[in-house]
Ligand binder design. Structure first.
Ligand SMILES: [Zn+2]
Length: 369
């Protein structure tokens, strides 16, 4: 096991016992927060543009029709073309003159749209929002700079608020997160005679619980095995354990459980967790192979691909490898409790969930403490 690391983590009080700590995670009423892209938090990125002040307001709509045809601003569809008597002409980069000035934009118009050469009283260089507003709050802010098109998204507004999860949902998310710490305690206590909460929190280790929310059942769990195998981080093991409930799995860490639906959880740990969490269900939905599906004529939706639709609970923010593993496994939501300032890929070092070029995206939630 590696030495104590990550001094910036929230530490439990010295008096706090493992039981106390897990109780707090499970019973706290504080709602969770989504870990969103920078575009929701950072200051507005701006783009420098030329605007023209129209001489005759009656000509405005005609001018806009001509501009929309001659200087299309495809990447700036979120911006309205006019703001009172000022019309958005083009980004200053479009005008290829050494010195950006009123003269150069006048020349540009004469060259490209001669019919508008006398339409403007004067020109200005100004800045406009580069990105479209996603939230009402942003729309209000952006509109102070330039008028923007905006279609409110109820889901996003809720996701960015403080009451995303209803009380019963919050209760179950907190319960499963408490279970990740219980798993860490289970394995660490086998290695240590006296285990303090700080041992669990400060060790650079992780525990994972994967839940099928459609059946409210724990499908697979795992604890780090990094000290013996470089890639057997808990999330990777947990994904492999999910595969075992689907007649797959690459690592020989499976138990000899006959019931395939319970192959995602080591038998001794399962007994322990059932005792600690008597109201929690364990086991995966019955998995059918493609052939069996064809024969039974059941819909494919009855049989998940790896973590499709599943929620993943991690004690600690996962690293890049584990996060990519969860992308490939098609996890639906990922929850983590402790930040991983040095290696975390879902908020600390990077936000993999916001990389638009990836072909799958999951939602990420934290703020359990
Ligand atoms: Zn990892």
């Amino acid at each position: 096991m590696s030495e104590i690391k990550e001094p910036r983590l929230k530490r439990p009080k010295m008096s706090e016992t493992v039981d106390n700590f897990i109780d707090n995670i499970i019973n706290m009423k504080k709602n969770l927060h989504a870990v969103l892209g920078d575009e929701f938090h950072s200051s507005i990125p701006l783009l420098q543009v030329y605007t023209g002040h129209v001489r005759d307001l009656k000509q405005l709509s005609k001018i806009i029709v001509i501009l929309n045809e001659k200087i299309q601003l495809k990447e700036m569809q979120h911006l309205k073309r006019a703001r009172k008597k000022d019309v958005l002409l083009c980004p200053t980069d479009y005008v290829s003159h050494d010195v950006k000035s009123e003269d150069s934009v006048q020349k540009y118009l004469e060259e490209h749209i001669p019919e508008l050469k006398d339409a403007f009283e004067f020109f200005k260089i100004t800045e406009v929002p580069l990105l479209a507003p996603k939230l009402k709050r942003q729309h209000e802010e952006f509109s102070k700079i330039w008028s923007c098109n905006f279609h409110p998204n109820k889901y996003l507004e809720k996701l960015c608020g403080n009451e995303f999860f209803a009380e019963d949902e919050l209760t179950s998310h907190r319960l499963y997160m408490g279970m990740t710490f219980e798993i860490a305690r289970f394995y660490l206590s086998q290695m240590n005679s006296s285990l303090e909460m700080t041992d669990i929190i400060l060790r650079d280790t992780n525990a994972t619980v994967i839940v099928d929310p459609s059946t409210k059942s724990v499908v697979a769990v795992a604890f780090d095995n990094r000290q013996y195998h470089p890639v057997q981080h808990s999330a990777m093991l947990a994904i492999d354990n999910v595969a075992k409930t689907q007649n797959g799995g690459a690592w020989d860490t499976a138990t000899d459980v006959k019931d395939v639906s319970l192959r995602g959880i080591e038998i001794e740990l399962l007994v322990h967790l059932k005792e600690k969490f008597p109201n929690v269900k364990f086991g995966a939905r019955t998995y059918l192979t493609k052939n069996a599906l064809n024969e039974s004529k059941m819909s494919v939706s009855g049989s998940p691909y790896l973590c499709t639709g599943y929620y993943v609970y991690l004690m600690r923010e996962p690293c890049v490898m584990c996060s990519m593993g969860l992308v490939h496994a098609r996890a639906n939501r990922v929850f983590y409790c402790l930040k991983n300032n040095r290696k975390g890929a879902l908020g600390s070092k990077t936000k993999l969930q916001c990389v638009s070029s990836l072909n799958h995206h999951f939602e990420v939630f934290t703020d359990f403490l």
